[in-house]
Ligand binder design. Sequence first.
Ligand code: ZN
Ligand code: ZN
Length: 375
Amino acid sequence: MKKPRLIITNILVFVITGLIAFVGVPYWAMTQGFDTTEIVTTLVLFYATGMSITAGYHRLWSHKTYDAHPVVKVVLAIGGAMALQNSILHWSSDHRVHHRHVDEDDKDPYSAGKGLWFSHIGWMLREYQSHRYDDYSNCKDLQKDKVVMWQHNHYLPIVLIANFGLTGFLGWLNGDIFSMILLAGVFRLVAVHHVTFFINSLAHYWGSQPYTDTNSARDNGILAFFTFGEGYHNFHHIFEYDYRNGIRWYQFDPTKWLIKGLSFVGLTKNLRTCPEERIEKARAAMQLKRASQKVSKLPNAEEVMQTLQKEYDVLLQKMTDYYTTKKRIMNLRKKHLMRSMERLELDLKYKELKHSLVLQKEKWLKVSQLEVQFA
Ligand SMILES: [Zn+2]
Ligand SMILES: [Zn+2]
């Protein structure tokens, strides 16, 4: 089959910026050197433009996981343009197709099934999806967003002014325009390109699948460190409307911290999270699935399966009881309807249910890992 036409502009951008970053910058570093201001500026812009993609393009516009103040939107739109990954509208359209048709090689624009190279960068080098270029029917909501359309309609000037104008100006302030453009402009751009591309490539190959194995997305703490928190991609693909990717406090997710941090000063609001109960149940269902696969190979499979199913059912029931009571308490508290007797009773029940759930979780962990002896 004939391959689609090459997209020369994209190839030139990747090759030229790549050569400058991998050859030009090391050469300059050895012969001229970079000063501290240039290095710090590069780091700051690396985070600012990378997180414009993760917090802006991805979590704000593609998935609408929170609402942002217009000022935040404009900053994210400019920062995202500086990361040179097409307009918000185009990026989000691709990304929504990626979620809807994940791993379907003929529909997912960067399907991991077509290989690591393809999902990383290959998909942008040829006109694989020319038929749907300019079809933004899955982004009607974004077409009503003034900031999105302003960025889309003036994409090239914004890209050029932000990338060269801003870094050039900072270089002028620092006394060396060329050196600043080289490091904070081009080198930073290439670094942001590849770490964000990792989310489509490595995050679909390398890591664990604690929530679902129906798609290739993985959770990976190491990758999260390099991708502004987006390495928790298994969670993201099942709960895409959650503003967090790393849901535990110890999981590295600076994008989540940024969104949450801005909410304290009123710049972001309506942060959406998936109910804890659903997350816990998804995790347990995955553990049951894994355990069942292992059990099927045992000689006494049927018997073990029965125990497994029984403990799983108990676990789910205990989760339901616990979270229902928790919700009730929260609702009563919100409405200030709690009478002291009722509160005492409910609090007591809540504590009991919590304790009982913890015990059952411990038991379930052993049972599902087949650590318990089955007679
Ligand atoms: Zn996504
Ligand atoms: Zn993905």
